[in-house]
Design a protein around this ligand. Structure first.
Ligand SMILES: NC(=O)c1ccc[n+]([C@@H]2O[C@H](COP(=O)([O-])OP(=O)(O)OC[C@H]3O[C@@H](n4cnc5c(N)ncnc54)[C@H](O)[C@@H]3O)[C@@H](O)[C@H]2O)c1
Length: 393
């Protein structure tokens, strides 16, 4: 039996453990938890875990007493780096939620903590390991594009209201949407281009769509504009504009922050330069709905152009100098496009000693955080920013 210790047993941890991890290894138990919300955790825990789970006050005590085989960090973003830095002391596989850090100070100390660590990390980057991204990588590796020189990547998020109506709107916890969202995209783009990003110029648009002056803590059920607001549950239900139709916090509230205190962007874009000499653009838009949802990339080399979109579950390669175009369709969508299952396979494989190396090791998380931090800085200063590289001093 695999004994798992969880720090921050929230919705994401519960979903990954009871979905993909249990699918890959049914004989897994949540043996120990560190989480201040004991009541919430107890309600979330699967029946099979409830009987024997032990709660601890600290990570150190949990590792000392619980005889663990692996650790899962599922707290919110601002706690990932300090907690992972502590776990780096132990020789236990770690599943670490993203972003792995939300400030430069956190990212640098995390890198330092892992310098001589034996702790193997699976950073929660499902896109990189998703079957569709792997198929794109196979095409690139077999030379269908020649050297990849340009990328045009896009992320039209159909559930982006979560960043204004859920705790993600607290900027001090998330650090903005490059770190929250683009961390996945910059990671898979570096992977596909076979090269890190060295320079970023970015822009963000604030307060054109969401955010505002409505009172703190306001919910639709108490709002006098509930009948006309397009975000109210009844209008979301009527317009099929989701992504859910429950009562929720106001997206136009002072709780969403402002430019002085920090706030999420309605949309943002980055021009990125790769070490290889290629370049690309990436855009993310958080107010789109329904079939407007799209996430993927168009990658070009002299020999061909490859495009894919996780929402359409399709990949196309146009051969520039041969009269052929290849279209490949993926099977039905899985959790995070099949990526969560692949992350689970890596994590269980590391715990059982069946694999030696994670496909999303700690360096991938830290490098992506460095790129996101550069993008955030660029968007706020209007300057191109050099990206710190993992391993550089
Ligand atoms: N990889 C992905 O694709 C993906 C998808 C969704 C969410 N996430 C990430 O997962 C993380 C968690 O999101 P969520 O929606 O599950 O949040 P959540 O609020 O449901 O869960 C966070 C949990 O951490 C606990 N917690 C708070 N302070 C703590 C502390 N000091 N020590 C230990 N536990 C503490 C909370 O009580 C809660 O149970 C976020 O960082 C988010 O970015 C990643």
């Amino acid at each position: 039996m695999i004994r798992l210790g969880v720090i921050g047993y929230g919705r994401r941890a519960h979903g990954v453990i009871n979905g993909p991890l249990r699918q890959v290894e049914p004989d897994i138990r949540v043996a120990a938890v560190v989480d201040p919300d004991k009541e919430g955790v107890s309600q979330r825990l699967a029946e099979i875990d409830r009987k024997d789970v032990q709660f601890y006050l600290s990570l150190e005590e949990m590792v000392r007493k619980a005889n663990l085989d692996g650790i899962f960090i599922g707290t919110r973003c601002h706690l990932h780096a300090p907690l992972a830095s502590q776990v780096a002391r132990y020789d236990l596989p770690l599943f670490l939620e993203k972003p792995v850090a939300i400030t430069m100070k956190q990212a640098i100390s995390l890198e330092k903590a892992f310098e001589n660590s034996r702790c193997q990390v699976v950073v929660s980057f499902p896109l990189r390991v998703s079957p569709l991204c792997q198929l794109a990588k196979d095409h690139i590796n077999q030379g269908d594009l020649g050297k990849p020189v340009h990328v045009h990547a896009f992320n039209f998020v159909p559930y982006g209201t979560v960043y204004w109506e859920q705790p993600y709107r607290d900027y001090s916890i998330t650090g903005g949407l490059f770190l929250q969202k683009a961390t996945h995209d910059f990671d898979y783009l570096c992977y596909l281009m076979g090269s890190s990003i060295v320079r970023v110029g970015a822009m963000a648009t604030f307060g054109q769509v969401f955010g505002g002056r409505k009172k703190a803590g306001l919910r639709c059920s108490e709002c006098e504009q509930e009948a006309t607001c397009l975000e109210s549950p009844r209008n979301r239900a009527r317009n099929l504009s989701g992504y859910h139709t429950n009562d929720h916090f106001c997206l136009y509230s002072v709780d969403c922050g402002n430019l002085e205190t920090g706030t999420n962007e309605d949309c943002s874009s980055a021009v990125v330069e790769f070490v290889s000499g290629g370049h690309g653009v990436y855009s993310q838009v958080f107010f789109t709905r329904r079939e407007a949802g799209a996430r993927g990339a168009i990658i070009s080399g002299y020999l061909g152009t490859l495009s894919f979109d996780w929402y359409r579950n399709e990949l196309k390669v146009v051969h520039h100098h041969r009269p052929f175009t290849t279209v490949e369709k993926a099977a039905e969508a899985l959790s995070h496009f099949g990526g969560d299952f692949e992350l689970a396979r890596d994590f269980i494989g590391l715990i059982k000693g069946k694999i030696k190396k994670s496909r999303t090791p700690i360096e991938t998380g830290i490098q992506s955080a460095y790129i996101c931090l550069a993008a955030r800085e660029s968007s706020l200063t209007g300057k191109f920013i050099k990206v710190r590289q993992v391993g550089s001093r």
